[in-house]
Design a binder for this molecule. Sequence first.
Ligand code: CA
Length: 222
Amino acid sequence: MRILLVEDDALLGDALQAGLKQAGHAVDWVRDGVSAETALAAEEYAAAVLDLGLPRKDGIDVLRGLRARKRSLPVLILTARDTVDDRIRGLDAGADDYLVKPFDLGELNARLRALLRRAGGQPAPVLAASGITLDPATRAVSCAGKTVELSAREYALLLALMQQPGRALSRAQLEQHLYAWGEEIGSNAVEVYIHHLRRKLGADAIRTLRGIGYVVAKDSPP
Ligand code: CA
């Protein structure tokens, strides 16, 4: 998923960017509050990881502005200020969760998975649709009971579709999920990944809706 990372500390930001990428996300990293607002206005993010103490504009003000514009993406705040007041202010300003520095990268990724589940209306930790199961915690994918090996981009594309089964995503929307700033997008990259996924998961796993995009069918209720 496409994640916005807002962190002014170079070392921590670097580690966070690497850890989020490792978890399969496309990550845009900005280092101050004004750049965060610009990024949020320009891109559709699945979630944001937001430091509170930032140059140019405080994280709390970025968050308040975001919610004032009725943007509902999940926001996880990071704070070094280990006071109850800061956490309460953050949650009341519209944060969905928080972590106090220093924190464990594994916990950050687990909290993000939980936020993305809720945002996608998918309460179960393992996603299942169209005969496919996908576990975001382990990145294990199986089809008809058999484990399937996917590349990082194939996985990211399938995850985007499986988080909202029954909903079609256009090529542009899928590109947004797959690529951070500065990453080269091949002109038919999405089509190529879809082709690979169909070869591995079966021709019917992902349907094409002409002129609209791609969809993973919802499982019909038992
Ligand atoms: Ca900071």
